[in-house]
Design a protein around this ligand. Structure first.
Ligand SMILES: Nc1ncnc2c1ncn2[C@@H]1O[C@H](COP(=O)(O)OP(=O)(O)OP(=O)(O)O)[C@@H](O)[C@H]1O
Ligand SMILES: [Mg+2]
Length: 255
């Protein structure tokens, strides 16, 4: 379980201006949850995710995983970024193996695990390919396989499908849901896209000016097809989130 207690993060810009990116955030996220972090640009989503990953230091408060304070990155937390996180100088197979290499897992086992995950993301035949030989959507599949193969029970994803076209994005959302359901991992996924949150999340945390302003149970049945999203509950959730996002633009950090 992840517990976030009074987490604050103040950045001091070169101009001397202080930005309060996280403002006394408290929440808990249970094992196996799929949580989407939503909010307008600049309202603290990436800062919270990076803090969970241990890539950003809080100025006050604490984040703990199973009671242990997060002090830096760890193998219990995997991360998928918006930009390509695939190493161009390694084959697809070597990319997926990389996280296991760092854990000292022997070569034969590493290869087996990587192959298994490449199969699961539909790239079983591409292990020997180079990332530059793949499409953008396929490279995302490599990043997903790498994150899952690493074995981390918690996966942190920062707008990973942002730059993709609608259909590719939908395929990857479905893939991610299948993998989440079959593995029981905890997934925290940043998006600014309400529809994406309705497709993916069990729970939506809405951030505004560094604070959690709503915590919504996305209690729709799966699959979250168009009909389900257009159900009265689906529309009510969309409207609630949109209401938060549309509130008069608040200058981040000016609170
Ligand atoms: N490393 C940093 N140094 C200084 N300020 C930062 C840093 N990272 C984030 N900030 C500031 O913190 C605030 C929140 O930024 P953050 O990246 O968390 O927003 P976001 O919600 O992820 O936005 P977007 O949707 O545009 O990615 C912004 O005002 C930003 O300028
Ligand atoms: Mg961001």
């Amino acid at each position: 379980m992840i517990s976030i207690t009074n987490a604050s993060c103040v950045f001091r810009h070169a101009s001397g201006r202080e930005v309060r990116a996280l403002d006394r955030i408290s929440s808990t996220i249970g094992d196996g949850e799929f949580v989407c972090l939503l909010g307008r640009s600049g309202h603290g989503k990436s800062t919270l995710l990076r803090s969970l990953a241990g890539l950003n230091t809080l100025t006050a408060g604490e984040i703990a995983v199973d009671g242990r304070p997060v002090k830096g990155p760890g193998i219990d937390r995997g991360m998928v970024f918006q930009e390509d996180t695939v190493f161009p100088w390694m084959t697809v197979q070597a990319n997926v193996e990389f996280g296991l290499l760092a854990q000292g897992i022997p070569a034969a086992e590493r290869q087996g695990v990587a192959r298994e995950w490449l199969d699961k993301v539909g790239l079983g035949r591409f292990g020997d390919s180079w990332p530059k030989e793949l499409s953008g959507g396929m490279r995302k599949r490599v990043a997903i396989a790498t994150a899952f193969a690493g074995g981390a029970p918690i996966l942190l994803m920062d707008e990973p499908f942002g730059p993709l076209d609608y259909v590719t994005r939908r395929d990857l959302q479905n893939l991610l849901i299948d993998l989440w359901r079959s593995t029981g991992r905890t997934i925290i996924f940043v998006t600014h896209d309400i529809e994406e949150a309705l497709v993916l999340a069990e729970r939506a945390l809405v951030l505004r000016a560094g604070r959690i302003v709503d915590d919504i149970r996305v209690d729709l049945t799966r699959p979250r097809d168009e009909e389900e999203r257009a159900s009265p509950r689906g529309i009510a959730i969309s409207k609630t989130i949109l209401g938060h996002l549309e509130l008069e633009q608040h200058t981040p950090g000016a609170a």
